[in-house]
Design a protein around this ligand. Structure first.
Ligand SMILES: Cc1ncc(COP(=O)(O)O)c(C=O)c1O
Length: 359
């Protein structure tokens, strides 16, 4: 695949290489990647091809598998982890479930209280088994970790307002007390550089900042956590290599993180494969600089100080209605209007949003 990327990417830290932008066909005004990312053209083309062959009775099952394995490996490279430590599924909450079920009865997990529920409900349901779940303001998470703490869970970037967790302090506190660290990277991975191996578990729904179809999710599982967790969703696809996976006992699961996979949503993986490859080739560092520069251009346009996130939540009366009447698509979360700036957005998108809010 010829991605037509600049072999000598720009040294301007505030932009992605401009040839990379040509890989999307976004109409102006999509400032809503925190809800859903837009696929690059290569992802749409791959998905369309797969749907056409499906339609004609020419489905390539091996191709589905190969796309899923390439997507797994690319996700691993994006987060700094080997493919063997990456599980693949459909949703953040689904991938978290076996690890939530693996919390010991009597254990204690701390989590921010304004946490997206896909990284909250999987833990809260464990209260029925005697797991204590303590919710605290995000700013008090570090202080809430103590000798009683079994695990801490948090989003690296908060869905509601784009705030970035004090992850090094949280990890240090957790390690000091021997607590596990479970991280939801859904609103981070794709624009914020990440080293998933700092955590025990790092789970991402890829349809936002990694711009895959909805239904592709990936996670890094540290070897020690993998070894002590039952793969509660075990299925034929989680089987050992070179063994017939289809019928009958005995249980024969692979010893890589794939044993936590759900059997793949084929079309999602077909679309995810080129999307992840493109993110990797552009480089998350470049995307980070581009996205944050756009967010800061927007903040400056409103006379607000710069931030460090690709997501901005504003508290202006009628903001969402004013933006939508200018055909700028955003979302409302926690009583505020949330804007998200990603690789396919431009200065013109930002300036149109500022004009809609200030004129
Ligand atoms: C932080 C975060 N995690 C997870 C999700 C999605 O979770 P799931 O894949 O379980 O639907 C979202 C969606 O908005 C989110 O913001």
């Amino acid at each position: 695949m010829d991605l037509k990327l600049d072999p000598n990417p720009t040294t301007d830290p505030n932009s992605v290489p401009s040839p990379a932008l040509s890989h999307w066909s976004a109409e102006p005004g999509w400032l809503n990647t925190a809800s859903s990312g837009l696929p690059p053209d290569v992802a749409l083309a791959a998905l369309t091809r797969a749907q056409e062959t499906w339609h004609r009775g020419r489905t390539d099952m091996d191709g589905f598998h190969a796309a899923g394995e390439r997507a797994r490996a690319a996700f691993g490279r994006i987060v700094g982890a080997p493919a063997e430590a990456i599980m693949a599924g459909n949703t953040t909450s689904g991938l978290l479930a076996p690890f939530a079920a693996g919390l010991p009865a009597g254990g204690r997990l701390v989590v921010p209280e304004v946490e997206f529920t896909s990284n909250l409900f999987p833990w809260l349901v464990q209260e029925a088994r005697g797991v204590e779940v303590v919710t605290v303001p995000a700013s008090e998470l570090v202080a809430a970790i103590d000798e009683r703490t079994t695990a801490v869970a948090f989003s690296l970037v908060q869905s509601a307002d784009g705030s970035i967790a004090a992850e090094s302090d949280i990890v240090a506190a957790a390690r000091a007390y021997g607590a596990s660290v479970y991280v939801d990277g859904t609103q981070a991975c794709g624009w914020l550089p990440v080293d998933a191996t700092r955590y025990d578990l790092f789970v991402v729904s890829a349809y936002k900042w990694l711009m895959t179809p909805r239904g592709a999710a990936y996670g890094y599982v540290a070897p020690e956590l993998a070894a002590r967790t039952l793969p509660h969703a075990a299925n034929w696809y989680a089987g050992a290599p070179d063994v017939d996976p289809y019928y009958g006992p005995p249980l024969r699961l692979t010893d890589t993180a794939r044993r936590f996979d759900t059997s793949p949503s084929w079309f999602c993986q077909v679309g995810a494969d080129p999307a992840l490859e493109l993110v990797e080739r552009i480089g998350v560092e470049h995307i980070h600089a581009h996205d944050v520069a756009l967010a800061n251009r927007f903040l400056a346009g409103l006379g607000l100080p710069p931030g460090d996130s690709a997501i901005v939540a504003i508290d202006l009366p009628d903001a969402r209605a004013r933006l939508e009447s200018a055909d700028i698509r955003v979302s409302a979360r926690a009583g505020r209007t949330r804007l998200a700036f990603h690789v396919y957005n431009t200065d013109a998108d930002v300036d149109a949003a500022v004009t809609a809010l200030t004129s």
